[in-house]
Design a protein around this ligand. Structure first.
Ligand code: ATP
Ligand code: MG
Length: 140
């Protein structure tokens, strides 16, 4: 059975552009409840740990620099079928290929500065949520 939690970040491009509120408005309108949320900032080291699965990819170094270039908002979200439904809501990695009406289609600037992160599996949703939040920081 699919899990009911996913993890997201408002990435530095969207935070800097002042789109955090508009993006969370879309997230809540799509039926997701907020379990935990905070504005924070990744160091290059923390960004490297978070995206360690991509350490062999050619874009890894740039990705770590970009993700630590400014504040982000991290959040745990709850909804039935959360991981899959959230990835549908955000759209394809490359905004040029993202479906109309998706968060990345509306707010992303490029394939790298693509406005939001969404976990790709229940297992990674739990790992990523635990990366940013302890139990006391969760309201559900
Ligand atoms: P995310 O994990 O952030 O939700 P995703 O699952 O859609 O995004 P991944 O393949 O996991 O995509 O890539 C992680 C992130 O690395 C992307 O969101 C993007 O910021 C960056 N990225 C991916 N592919 C490229 C690329 N070809 N060039 C530059 N940056 C890229
Ligand atoms: Mg991913």
């Amino acid at each position: 059975m699919a899990g009911n939690r996913t993890f997201t970040m408002i990435k530095p491009d969207a935070f800097e552009a002042g789109n955090t509120g508009a993006i969370f408005k879309m997230i809540e309108a799509a039926g997701f409840n907020i379990v935990a949320m905070k504005a924070t900032r990744l160091t290059p080291e923390l960004a490297g740990k978070f995206y360690a699965v991509h350490s062999e990819r050619p874009f890894y170094k740039d990705l770590c620099a970009y993700m630590s270039s400014g504040p982000i908002v991290a959040a745990i979200l709850e909804k039935a079928n959360a991981v899959e439904d959230f990835r549908t809501l955000i759209g394809a990695t490359n905004p040029a290929q993202a479906a109309e009406g998706t968060i990345r289609k509306i707010f992303a600037k490029s394939i790298e500065a693509n406005a939001v992160h969404g976990s790709d599996s229940d297992e990674n949703a739990a790992i990523e949520g635990n990366f940013f939040f302890n139990q006391a920081e969760r309201v559900r």
